[in-house]
Ligand binder design. Structure first.
Ligand code: NDP
Length: 507
């Protein structure tokens, strides 16, 4: 055999010859237990699947580069932004949310927009969506909400009744579902959509000053969406449309790009802004907080192996790096806990040592051992702190500035607090100001089409509750949906309705 050829080996490196026939007692006889290659092949095959992500199970990813185009060092000391022209390697994973791993890419669903930047100060994960907002603003509702996007426990079918029941009982969902049922709820693959940090984060500069920030990733390919009909058709024609579109574009050398921008709010402005700036169901108006250019993200390298890279990639909003920090956004606070927890369940406690998740720079700490420890496990260095032997320093340069926070602790949420329960103004503005005439028509027909799937004994109650929210956002919008559903709009309109931005009472 030529020196250059690779020998067939077992997983433990033992060369073997026959990869097709199992040892047997004579040509027709039963198989021999001693053919361990058979056991190895079958046993490994049985273990090929890992738990799929409970949300964002179906996804696609690629490596790329983030390039700084504008100086924002007055806001942040994060090394990734240290100078114009600086490039940082990164990974992006896009996904649908509710579907299982084999589900169709063109489902009406938000799209995950998860990014990992391999910075000198560690891996920074920014885990957002293609929408600037979300369905809920408190993480205690997260599991309940996601259950409504999954399968009915009895029929094992997706259920419009579950979805609209939940949304009608959670007025704060209205803004997000208006994005979801607009044309942008069925994007044409992953290259033609924007991304958002969605959450508010903070930027910390060299003087330890804090500004609140939202990140925006504007597609340079232009927005492109499937119509509702085309998206439905594509589920059958090519359920993997978005994966195919991304991998083939990069293979052709058409590297998708996003222009990266931020909105910045001072701590003082946050105290007086008309909305809670940490409420994930609200945007910061561009007129109040204009977009500031910071850089360009380009995806230019397809992963060599999908499972090793995209399936095993693990993102966590907990992973912020020096110069970038959290905010009191309740959903962010919940995700700081739940994302690493989900990765530990899915990939194990040493998931950050998998090549795609590993920090390319040195990591030094006292965590040791555990299932599938892949690195040198700290070698012979001390595994406890404090100790008299190692030279790992705790650099005070990385100290975070303190936060001024309210001091009372409450286990309830005051839904009537000022700035907390206007769930209708921004959806109303979205309908009147952002959507063009065709966009409005599509929104109405997409909602009506989906709401026709509501059934069961609570059908009228759920539809009426939903219509009340639409009316409160905009009377014309509510009327149009009622009409599309064949309901007399006068009968459906809330009796107490007076304004387009009415507040709902606390539940
Ligand atoms: P502007 O009126 O200044 O801008 C409208 C924004 O909406 C632009 O970012 C535009 O993005 C985006 N947009 C345009 N068409 C659609 C669409 N069909 N579906 C979703 N987004 C679209 O925004 P304001 O800040 O004054 O906010 C007004 C309303 O716009 C908000 O209530 C919110 O509903 C919506 N919005 C606001 C965003 C924000 O971060 N402030 C972001 C997105 C929407 P582009 O043209 O780049 O595609």
């Amino acid at each position: 055999m030529s020196e250059n050829k690779k020998k067939l080996t077992s997983a433990s490196g033992i060369p073997y010859y026959n990869n097709e026939d199992t040892q047997s007692v004579g040509p027709r006889g039963p198989l021999l237990l001693q053919d361990f290659i058979l056991h190895e092949k079958m046993a490994h095959f049985n273990r090929e699947r890992i738990p799929e992500r409970v949300v964002h199970a179906k996804g696609s990813g690629a490596f790329g580069t983030f390039t700084v185009t504008h100086d924002i060092t007055k806001y942040t000391r994060a090394k990734i932004f240290s100078e114009v022209g600086k490039q940082t390697r990164m990974l992006a994973r896009f996904s649908t949310v509710g579907g299982e791993k084999g589900s169709a890419d063109t489902e009406r669903d938000p799209r995950g927009f998860a990014l990992k930047f391999y910075t000198e100060d560690g891996n920074w994960d920014l885990v957002g969506n293609n929408t600037p907002i979300f369905f809920i603003k408190d993480p205690k509702k997260f599991g309940d909400f996601i259950h409504t996007q999954k399968r009915d426990p009895y029929t094992n079918l997706k259920s419009a009744t579950m979805k609209f029941d939940f949304w009608s009982l959670n007025p704060e969902s209205l803004h997000q579902i208006m994005f979801l049922f607009s044309d942008r709820g069925t994007p044409y693959g992953f290259r033609h959509m924007h991304g958002f940090s969605s959450h508010t984060f903070s930027l910390i500069n060299a003087n330890n000053e804090r500004h609140w920030v939202k990140f925006h990733f504007k597609t340079a390919q232009g927005i492109r969406n499937f119509s509702d009909e085309k998206a439905t058709e594509m589920k059958g024609l090519d359920p993997d449309f978005a994966q195919r579109d991304l991998v083939e574009a990069i293979d052709r050398g058409e590297f998708p790009k996003w222009n990266v921008k931020i909105q910045v709010m001072t701590e003082e402005q946050a105290r007086t802004y008309q909305y809670n700036p940490f409420d994930l169901t609200k945007v910061w108006f561009h007129g109040d907080f204009p977009l500031i250019d910071i850089g360009v993200m380009e995806l230019n390298e397809n992963p060599k192996n999908f499972f090793a890279t995209v399936e095993q990639s693990a993102f966590a909003p907990a992973h912020v790096v020096d110069g970038i920090h959290f905010s009191p956004d309740k959903m962010l606070q919940g995700r700081i806990l739940s994302y690493p927890d989900a990765q530990r369940y899915r990939l194990g406690g040493n998931y950050e040592q998998l090549p795609v998740n590993r920090c390319p720079y040195a990591t030094n700490n006292y965590q040791r051992d555990g299932l599938m420890r892949l690195d040198e496990n700290g070698g012979g260095n001390p595994n406890y702190f404090p100790n008299s032997f190692d030279d790992i320093v705790h650099d005070p340069a990385y100290k975070q500035p303190s936060w001024d926070l309210d001091s009372n602790v409450a286990d309830w949420y005051d839904r009537n607090a000022e700035g907390e329960n206007d769930h209708y103004s921004q959806p109303g503005i979205f309908y009147r100001k952002v959507l063009d005439e065709q966009g409005k028509k599509n929104l109405v027909s997409n909602f009506a089409g989906a709401m026709k799937g509501i059934d069961g004994p609570k059908k009228d109650e759920i539809i009426n509750r939903m219509l009340c929210h639409f009316f409160r956002a905009d009377i014309g919008f509510g009327m149009a949906i009622a009409q599309a559903l064949g309901i007399n709009p006068e009968a459906a309109m809330p009796k107490q309705h007076t304004t387009t931005a009415q507040e709902v009472p606390a539940k």
